[in-house]
Design a protein around this ligand. Structure first.
Ligand SMILES: Cc1ncc(COP(=O)(O)O)c(C=O)c1O
Length: 462
């Protein structure tokens, strides 16, 4: 038997057992999702992989969703799930939120698009200023656009071309940041001199080489790179807490030191808060960790399920947008429908009290999962902040991407996803993701998650 002991004294994991459980769970997944399979066949004739975005593709096919209400979604086969995927962390307000729905319906009757400013954009910018502390804001239509504009601003302000990013981070799919996103181990190069690896084809080599990566949670490595090439670097773009390789929080003092170093070298610090923004506190990671960057990028949960994003900036950076040095454009930027949804989301639904409740619910779920991990001796631990959390299938804590690559057990993570889906828990596909809670999640919803996870733990260690 292929038995591998976990390094922390937890249960031995029997690989043959994992393979046979995976096969069984996959068979029941196929059986349950026949209508999705049919839609997949139809969709594949008109969309690559049968999906609008490659992130929605999944093995053996995606689960096509019919509708959502509060904490629940229903797929096209009529199965009901409690939703912990929440649209890649967008739906903190819960599905079909009545308050946001009313604001949008009201706006629909007054016209939905003018490409001229409406008062709604002022109200949202004022609220973002209040929450995040940066004085000036502009709007975009997605996280990708927000980080693209932020990079333009950093380059425009400094006259420098090089961009620094964190190894293993995803910031959207524009050229400057599609570098060293999920590079394989053999392509990484030395930790103190990593190779810039393009994430797929379609990006000019010259552009890829202008982006360099540094490890997360290592201020000394950043200091050394800035010591060498600091006067060529326009900006450092980073998630203050990494959320695309499960969740990796910053070490104590790391963000403060990053702020000092970037300021010393005249490098613009960009906090990509597309994931953390409206989910881990009112003022996102910026407020939570108490470090203020030069630029903040937002999208996802900020606009309550509508396709919008925002960029916050210092007065100095706002001046170069205002005088036309850097062009920040977009036909749909500040679209009234999106602004109505964002205003209702930020001022009526995601209140301080909502954040307190999300935090408390997340703590209950994390503690429950940790209890199950310990009861069954799983080689795993829990991590979470605000509305977001996950079980990380690694016996040791992770601090950076190289830990994720070498420590996370993909087979266990994939099997856990199948168990959740087959037990009525709609979970984000992919080993690297996390759950996002909404204000609609009840204790019963959390209990349902814990029961599915306990069934997985029991069967895996039986
Ligand atoms: C941290 C981060 N930045 C940017 C993006 C890109 O956002 P979008 O998919 O809205 O373009 C994502 C998407 O997952 C993200 O996680």
């Amino acid at each position: 038997m292929s038995v591998e002991a976990s390094t922390d004294g937890g249960s031995a994991i029997d690989r043959k057992r994992i393979a046979s459980l995976t096969e069984g769970q996959m068979a029941s997944f196929r059986e349950r999702t026949g209508c999705s399979a049919e839609l997949f066949r139809r969709a594949s004739k008109v969309m690559p992989n049968g999906v609008p975005s490659s992130f929605q593709a999944n093995d053996p096919w995606p689960v096509y969703i019919e509708r959502g209400d509060g904490s629940r979604v229903w797929d096209v086969d009529g199965s009901e799930y409690t939703d912990f995927h929440n649209g890649f962390g967008v739906m903190c307000i819960g599905h079909a939120n009545p308050e946001v729905g009313a604001a949008v319906k009201d706006r629909v009757d007054q016209g939905t698009h003018f490409a001229a400013p409406t008062e709604g954009s002022i109200a949202v910018a004022e609220e973002l200023q209040r929450r995040f502390g940066l004085p000036q804001w502009r709007f975009t239509n997605s996280g990708t656009e927000s980080t693209m504009d932020a990079v333009h601003l950093a380059r425009g302000a400094t006259g420098r071309d090089t961009v620094l990013k964190i190894e293993g981070s995803y910031h959207g799919h524009h050229d400057a940041v599609m570098v060293s996103v999920y590079p394989p181990l053999e392509a990484l190069g030395e930790r103190d001199d990593p190779i810039s690896v393009p994430y797929g084809a379609g990006y000019p080599r010259a552009i890829t080489e202008l982006t360099r990566s540094v490890p997360f949670n290592d201020a000394e490595a950043l200091e050394s790179v800035l010591g060498e090439i600091g006067d060529e670097v326009a900006g450092l773009i980073m998630e203050p807490a990494m959320m695309n390789i499960n969740i990796i929080p910053p070490r104590e003092g790391y963000l403060e030191r990053v702020r000092e170093l970037t300021a010393e070298h005249g490098v613009k610090l960009i906090f990509d808060e597309v994931k953390t923004g409206a989910t881990i506190s009112a003022g996102g990671a910026t407020q939570r960790f108490g470090v203020t960057p030069d630029l903040i990028t937002l999208a996802k949960a900020t606009c309550g399920g509508y396709p919008g994003g925002a960029i916050g900036m210092s007065e100095e950076l706002a001046a170069i947008v205002a005088d036309g040095t850097v062009h920040q454009y977009g036909t749909f930027n500040g679209n009234p429908l999106v602004m109505a949804a964002a205003e209702a989301t930020l001022t009526k639904v995601l209140t301080e009290d909502a954040y307190r409740r999300l935090e408390a619910a997340n703590r209950r779920l994390l503690d429950g999962c940790q209890g199950i991990i310990e009861e069954y001796g799983l080689p795993a631990y829990t991590e979470g902040i605000g509305a977001k959390g996950c079980v990380i299938f690694s016996p040791q804590r992770m601090y950076e991407y190289r830990d994720y690559l070498t420590k996370v057990d993909d087979e266990l993570a994939t099997l856990a996803w199948l168990y959740h889906m087959n037990h009525g828990i709609f979970m984000t596909p992919g080993v690297e993701e996390e759950w996002t809670l909404s204000i609609a999640h009840s204790d019963d919803d959390l209990q349902r998650y814990l029961e599915a996870f306990a069934a997985f733990a029991r069967d895996v260690t039986a």
